[in-house]
Design a protein around this ligand. Structure first.
Ligand code: NAP
Length: 295
């Protein structure tokens, strides 16, 4: 079957340009420059890369970027004090605390200390509640990126059967909620799901957010399904060659049956950062009751 490669990289580049235009409009019309604060605790190498990319792209889109790098010995109360300071800082529209945090810090306490209006990751309980009651709040960036790709490549989602593999708070559950809000018939599969192959085979839209390399095989996928691969897994290095990044979907086999599929890298990953920038502009407008420029 001929498949369409869902080019998240190029979609994200266009979205970042729209965000930059929106920032320009806000600057010209209202003399404001949205600001994003990113907080990194400790030295997790993957987090370092994510934070570096987020800071670079925030600056490139014309926003203010503020970076706080704290040692891994930082106490929960010191981190809470910083979050509270950023909550009160009028120059800051979005606060992102990079996860995972060191074990001695309770992630839920930190996430829920962020003012919901500045919670650009959309992980706090008020934003989760808004999403599950179909009211517009700040939506988690990765599922939002997947939804924008699906709307662009599939069009009308209403009535489609969607299966999401994974039920994490940051990807699986909000993805399911977003697709339910689009009137899909949604199933969430997880590690206790029986006969997962058959469950997946019923999907018009299959989203994999598992964290297991090449987990989804072609026999699990209905002919013509649209497949979104959220997974980012690094294979072990071979000799001197650094391990490759692969998704949760066995791209080589699944691309023979899917009608459209995201690659890894270059699929969902770039959309996550683009949506973070978009959420920061959304937060800047909502907080001031401004109409949001088109993005
Ligand atoms: P997570 O919190 O570890 O959740 C993984 C989910 O997969 C869990 O719900 C788990 O089920 C389910 N699972 C694990 N093994 C399974 C199995 N054998 N069969 C069925 N379900 C199984 O992971 P996450 O944070 O959602 O991330 C998932 C993947 O997406 C990772 O590769 C991560 O790196 C990637 N990711 C990418 C981006 C991006 O920007 N592209 C952003 C975030 C995450 P249980 O709940 O039953 O344990």
């Amino acid at each position: 079957m001929n498949y369409t490669l869902i080019d998240g990289k190029s979609f994200a580049e266009k979205l970042v340009m729209k965000v930059a235009n929106a920032v320009n409009v806000l600057n010209t019309k209202h003399h404001i420059k949205p600001g994003l604060a990113v907080v990194l605790v400790g030295q997790n190498p993957a987090s370092e890369v994510y934070v570096k990319n987020k800071v670079r792209q925030t600056k490139n889109s014309g926003m203010n970027s503020v970076e706080h790098r704290l040692p891994d010995t930082t106490s929960e109360s010191d981190l809470l004090s910083l979050v509270n300071k950023l909550n009160e800082d009028d120059e800051i529209d979005g606060i992102l605390v990079q996860l995972p945090l060191p074990d001695h810090i309770n992630e839920n306490s930190i996430i829920n200390a962020i003012k919901p209006s500045k919670d650009v990751d959309g992980f706090s309980i008020p934003n989760v509640g808004l999403l599950s009651t179909s009211v517009s709040g700040l939506i988690p960036c990765t599922p939002l990126g997947c939804l924008l790709l699906l709307k662009s490549y599939v069009g009308e989602l209403s009535g489609k059967s969607a299966v999401i593999i994974g039920r994490s708070n940051i990807v699986g559950k909000p993805m399911a909620q977003l697709l339910l809000n689009e009137n899909c018939t949604v199933t969430i599969a997880h590690s206790k799901t029986k006969n997962i192959e058959a469950v997946c085979k019923g999907a018009d839209i299959l989203v994999a957010a598992v964290g297991r390399p090449n987990f989804v095989k072609s026999e699990w996928v209905k002919k013509g399904a649209v497949v979104i691969d959220v997974g980012i897994n690094r294979l072990p290095p071979e000799g001197d060659i650094k391990g490759r990044l692969v998704g949760d979907v066995d791209f080589n086999s699944v691309s023979n049956v899917a009608s459209a599929i995201t690659p890894v890298p270059g699929g969902v990953g770039p959309m996550t950062i683009a949506c973070l920038l978009r959420n920061t502009v959304t937060a800047a407008c909502k907080r001031r009751n401004f109409n949001e420029p088109e993005m």
